[in-house]
Write a protein that binds this ligand. Sequence first.
Ligand code: V47
Length: 361
Amino acid sequence: MNEVLVNIENKVKNGQRLTKEDGLALFACNDLSWLGYLADTARQRISGGFVYFNVNRHINLTNICTSRCKFCAFGCDKDSRQAYGMSKARALEIAKAAAQDPDLKELHIVSGLHPEWPFEYYLDIIRALRAELPHIHLKAFTAIEIWYFAKISGKTVAEVLQALLDAGMNSMPGGGAEILSDRVRSQVCPEKANSGEWLEVTRTAHKMGIRSNASMLYGHIETLEERIDHLISLRTLQDETDGFQTFICFPFHPGNTELEGQITRTSVWDDLKTMAISRLMLDNFKNIKAYWIMLTLPIAQLALGFGANDIDGTVSEEKIMHAAGAKSSKYLSQETLINTIRQTGRIPVERDSMYNIVKVL
Ligand code: V47
């Protein structure tokens, strides 16, 4: 092994921070088992032996979206055949049906940027969900949606967040970060919040006590250097606020997107390397999620040996990745998640949305 990698291994073992150059050296290294070993060492030290999952339900209120990102197969125009927008009654009906499961802990709500719905409509839905299901955690609206609500309502980001808190929202999902590079964003998602805006909305949320997740969409037009810069931007914000609960990396699925035919799906090799390097760079993130919907269950299971300590949830009716051709199921039972974790020799733990332990299994 060359001197640079030996030095990185020593840094990881001593709990020292890796630099941008270290991150690039890790991407240049193809010793996958060593990368896994190193990431697993960091995972054990930072997060311990538990592997978390939760019992949740996704609700996507609308797929009508003004942003129309090139990597997205879910968003569409208002007059498209697949277009839908849920009424408050329908959202409540889905949520109440999901809450028939006494174990349900969380509703995960992410939607398109609808050209006509006023901010008040979203508030109304959150208020109604809160009134009907007072015990369910509402993880709702990415930083992109918050930024859009501020734009359409004329309120500041802090006012939007306060109104959502008052209505009953609890935390924010990590989507919309994509790659925090304005070179990349100007090409694949020019219509939505830029890098600085995503970070600023998130900073504001954290300073108001709202916890959120972070994500990275990789395997499209970004360079490896941009992946590392992205991870460092998240790490820097986490140093400042300590408001991120978990990091998720989304491998790009090109199916049915504008980039289909130009870009192929990432390799398993890249998925595992990116998982390991994310764990190693994000030394101040306790949790790294292997999102089985995106990775497929076998790769998500493997990722638990490459730095991940969370496999996400039962999910139920995932739409965004399936629009882009994801081959994974749209739902998994708790039993399947528990068995998948047990097969790795680690301890399955049901968590709530704030990573409090519900059950050690
Ligand atoms: O921001 C969209 C990604 C995200 C594609 O916080 C795609 O726990 C791959 O926010 N290929 C939305 N990725 C999903 C999201 C989320 C999902 C699960 C858990 C959490 C959490 C958050 O999905 C988008 C974008 O980065 N995405 N299209 C695609 N074709």
